[in-house]
Design a protein around this ligand. Structure first.
Ligand code: 1X7
Length: 318
């Protein structure tokens, strides 16, 4: 194949494989069988080896970096990654609702989202390219785990729009992968992980990205740093924007026009959470309007416009 044909074939394969990857890992609706994906990926790897000048950092072949890190470097979060105040019962939620109404009046909409039991991470994109990913750390300084996050197939290496922004989400290990990993650990007489959250955290803290890549981690995005700059006016609008940009967001979210509807959603997922393929440890309730969030502001460590309802700890059957 001559050079100009190789260049157009490389571009065509990079776009095709990125789309197939998005359909499989974000939409969960693959349009081609795995064997077709693998064949095209192999062809792209060969062409990029033969014509390295056409290799780009966002190529689907670049998900698993070569080197094993000595250690993780530190990352300062542009906007602090806040934690959430907790609610443990109905009265706590009604008190939260009262505080919100006292501050911003009675025209309130909430958005309820599942609280994923994983590891909070932040992803930074420059002109649409994934450039850095970090753990929450202490909320201001985290660890650079870019190489490991690149192995999570549902994370886009390039956005659908050339946006520069920082997004937040929760990395997690699906329950089925957790059980399989522990089975393999026990076969190797290694200590198993206690739960999927520890397994996800342990996997993302591996210095060798090949190990992280083998752990079948996933990620739901739920927030955009400086959401206002993107033109979104509500949290729900921000989540729709994240989806439009190619991110995986959790579809179980619901707009609630009253605390009664919030309590209904909490009740529903208290019953249904075992049906999910991943662990959740509660429900996050947020005031949907960004301008009302601004009005409510934050305390030193958590927003006044959100609260996490925590499910009662499950009795451990010994
Ligand atoms: N949807 C959300 O906002 C959400 C989901 N899952 C989580 N573990 C967290 C943590 C914070 Br802090 S927000 C959030």
């Amino acid at each position: 194949m001559d050079r100009s044909n190789a260049e157009s074939r490389v571009k065509e394969l990079q776009e095709l494989l990125s789309r197939y990857n998005y359909e499989y890992h974000v939409l969960d609706k693959p349009s081609v069988p795995d064997v077709e994906y693998d064949k095209l990926l192999h062809e792209l790897k060969q062409l990029e080896e033969e014509y390295p000048e056409f290799l780009t950092p966002d190529s689907p072949t670049q998900r698993i970096g070569g080197s094993v890190l000595e250690q993780f470097s530190k990352v300062n979060h542009k906007t602090p990654m806040l934690s959430l105040g907790n609610a443990f019962n109905e009265q706590d939620l009604r008190d939260f609702d009262k505080r919100v109404r006292k501050a911003v009046g009675d025209k309130i909409s909430y958005i309820c989202e599942l609280k994923i039991d994983g590891l909070a991470v932040s992803l930074r994109y420059e002109k649409g390219l994934f450039v850095q990913g970090a753990t929450r750390g202490d909320g201001s300084v985290g660890e650079d785990i870019t190489a490991n996050l690149k192995t999570i197939r549902s994370i886009p290496l390039r956005l659908n729009k050339p946006f520069s922004l920082e997004v937040r989400g929760e990395a997690f290990m699906p329950r089925s992968s957790f059980l399989q990993l522990n089975k393999e650990k026990e076969e190797r007489e290694e200590l198993p992980f206690a739960n999927p959250r520890n397994a996800a955290a342990g996997s993302l803290r591996q210095l060798d990205p090949r190990i992280a890549s083998s752990r079948n981690l996933d990620l739901f995005l739920y927030g955009i740093g400086e959401l206002g700059e993107t033109g979104a006016e509500t949290q729900s609008g921000g989540l729709d924007l994240l989806s439009e940009l190619g991110f995986k967001t959790n579809k179980e979210r619901r707009k609630c026009e009253s605390i009664e509807e919030v309590l209904q959603y909490v009740e529903e997922w208290t019953e249904k959470r075992a049906e999910l393929e991943y662990d959740i440890d509660g429900i996050v309730i947020k005031v949907d309007s960004l301008s009302q969030q601004e009005e409510l502001g934050t305390t030193v460590k958590s927003p006044r416009w959100a609260i996490a309802f925590k499910f009662p700890a499950e009795e451990v059957v010994t």
